[in-house]
Design a binder for this molecule. Sequence first.
Ligand SMILES: Cc1cc2nc3c(=O)[nH]c(=O)nc-3n(C[C@H](O)[C@H](O)[C@H](O)COP(=O)(O)OP(=O)(O)OC[C@H]3O[C@@H](n4cnc5c(N)ncnc54)[C@H](O)[C@@H]3O)c2cc1C
Length: 310
Amino acid sequence: MRRFDAVVIGGGPAGLTAAMYLLRSEVSVALVEKLSPGGQILMTERIDNYPGFPEGIAAWELADLMAAHVAKWENDRFARLCDEVRSIEPGERLHRVLVGDEWIEAKTVIICSGARYRQMGIPGEKELIGKGVSYCALCDGNFFRGQDVAVIGGGNSALEESLYLARLVNKLYLIHRRDDFRASKCYQDKCEINSKMEILRSTVVSKIVGEKEVTAVTVKDLKTGTERDVAVSGVFVFVGFEPHSGFLPGELEKDAQGFVKTDGEMRTNIPGIYAAGDIRSKNCRQVATAVGDGATAATAVISYLESYDK
Ligand SMILES: Cc1cc2nc3c(=O)[nH]c(=O)nc-3n(C[C@H](O)[C@H](O)[C@H](O)COP(=O)(O)OP(=O)(O)OC[C@H]3O[C@@H](n4cnc5c(N)ncnc54)[C@H](O)[C@@H]3O)c2cc1C
């Protein structure tokens, strides 16, 4: 069975940063990624808020640069495994990780498997991602300054992000399929009195309209059955955010949504197992925070390995 000092699961910003830090410290590393390196950033066109790129940077270019930074430090004890991690079996001294059909052993594991925004699956949504359809107000809100946008959802994130967006945009339609919101009362009260917001209750979005970019959403009033187009240039979808956590062991502590709990050093409740990036239970999920988590986790792993055989 192949054995590594560290197995990094996920080649998004957190995993690529962790791998680069470990390789620079001459730790033997397996980096496992089931798709292309880059993670969620490959779902958008530009990253506008990552420090060091004042004009923004094409998302694919940032992903390539991060992957190249790992490649620069590759050594003969490094393995890049293009496969899916299917299971982790924690052990006393060594953990076992199932990559595709191969079990590998590791003294430490850093889980950087990230998360995904739930999509609605309506016409126009997939085609217009990055062209007006967004899942992150903090990332993309700035592109819609002074314009009209729609926000879809009724939970805390939808209302919290609406309040943030309302500071930037001209008008915001908050569209919810039910009469009552699931979000906390304090968010509801703030949205109700916000002069830039119009709340459309018992209303669903059946289509996002636009050729090269979003121009409108088609909404259906569930009480009357009437359909109409509402002109907007941006649509923010907040109908759920899920961790990539199906392969994680049951004994690993997670929050109610399934995100992994860690301390400030990215340690989980299982010695030798760490988590970094969007898979962690935390508030701010951005490239900058994922990179910070990856560096912190790798540094903690290096300290752990130093005392491993003592
Ligand atoms: C549309 C969109 C736009 C965004 N825009 C911005 C922005 O402008 N600015 C910003 O700062 N942030 C932005 N974000 C958020 C940012 O992309 C994430 O916070 C960041 O990518 C998280 O990095 P991560 O490494 O933790 O996870 P991810 O990027 O999610 O990477 C996780 C990786 O793990 C892999 N993986 C998962 N499970 C397994 C498994 N079992 N086996 C092997 N591999 C696995 C996945 O394939 C993925 O490549 C955006 C996100 C989206 C979706």
